[in-house]
Design a protein around this ligand. Structure first.
Ligand SMILES: [Zn+2]
Length: 131
């Protein structure tokens, strides 16, 4: 969107964002790091000056139930799945915008009827459980 684009009304913004989300066909969690390393051999090109390091090692790290899981990808695999890693960022970005547009829409549509109702503080007194 260029800076000159007029501000869309919230329903149109939400629809546009929802459509952009619908175009996404794959999302992968975690992060990818490309590493070059030295080995343990005494005489190896990785000890030269300048060094010729081993790699690239493409390390894909993600967290599953609190545990870090690492998997190595080939360059070919990374090329194939890079769009899904990029999509993960895109989804996060779109979701944030969709939340903002939805919050604005709610605030416009639902004017508080009783002043202060939405800013009620729990410190004001004991609250009854809502059920
Ligand atoms: Zn080496």
């Amino acid at each position: 969107m260029s800076p000159d684009t007029p501000q869309l009304p919230y329903p149109a913004t939400r629809t546009a964002l929802a459509h952009a989300l619908a175009d996404i066909n794959g999302v992968l969690p975690g992060s990818v790091r490309i590493r070059h390393m030295r080995c343990g051999k005494q005489r190896c090109a990785c000890k030269d000056d300048p060094p010729s390091l081993h790699g690239p090692y493409i390390q894909w790290t993600r967290t599953v139930r609190g545990k870090t899981i690492t998997r190595y990808l080939s360059e070919e695999q990374l090329a194939r799945y890079q769009p899904w890693f990029d999509n993960a960022k895109q989804v996060k970005n779109l979701l944030g915008k969709l939340e903002t547009a939805s919050l604005h829409a709610l605030e416009q549509a639902e004017k508080p009827t009783k002043p202060g109702r939405d800013t009620e503080s729990p410190a004001a007194g004991p609250t009854k459980p809502r059920d």
